[in-house]
Design a binder for this molecule. Sequence first.
Ligand SMILES: N[C@@H](CC=O)C(=O)O
Length: 311
Amino acid sequence: MKTSPVEVADLQRSVISVPPLARRSDLSLDAAANQALIRYLEAGDVTTLMYGGNANFYHIGLQQYAEALGMLAESAGAQSWVIPSAGPEFGRLQDQVAVLREHSDFPTVMVLPLTFPATPDGVATGVRHFAEAYGKKIILYVKNEGYLTPELVGSLVDDGLVCAIKYAVVREDPREDALLRAILERVDASIVISGIGERPAIDHFRHFGLRAFTSGSVCVAPRSSTALRKALQRGDYEQAESIRQRFLPIEDLRDGISPIRILHDAVTLGGIADMGPMLPMLSNLSEAERAKVQPVARDLASLDASMADAA
Ligand SMILES: N[C@@H](CC=O)C(=O)O
């Protein structure tokens, strides 16, 4: 597992996958299934694994947090980079620092976004306290308007507390984004990650100069998402667009029902690894939803497998 400090090149060397977390029926961690998903990603050249929203780290208890960090460090391949997350509440951040210090091999951690109750100045103070106590630069996660101002983002970067920013504010038209534009006037584009999967990645690369993206659906189709990353990084937007089209059926389902819940069960239904039950306060798909997701997940996974056969 990568343990060295984060550099800009690290953000770009793989799609930043955001996997779900597999559990057994009693909600304990399923190490074998989590490892199966990690191996599936690594076989598709996806070596960065960010455990955040899709893994439902929002609701994980402190004891299982420590177990999860240990399990992920043991499961990742030698070249892989695991990014756990922390938070989102301030008290949880304070409690998790001690656990993160015990698992000090992780080069960074992402701070999950708190939408309520919070103010931009309060968030900046909380993130500052956490990063100082942790002793390493963290990844900021800007998911909503009003979470942090561009000036506050910039001051956290200037003060050496932030190594990257996951930008994930959803727009009807990703090309029209005044907040992203303002953040990029304040910090270098090389540390800003497009954080909403394949759908807006092309616009974020082409019109805003971003050079890295996160994805959940990469967990179903790692080779396709890697091919999209490579096309984007060489500026081949036509090829990137044709690969992006493959992801739209599953992304449409995710956006229509629930991005996190669909992904969790799509990994199971696609035959990749059994993710098991979702940790409350989330819940697995209904039978009717599963019936819609299964063929889409299977088609995407088969298309991806055909890329391995052709290689
Ligand atoms: N939310 C996006 C990217 C990850 O954060 C996804 O799940 O595809």
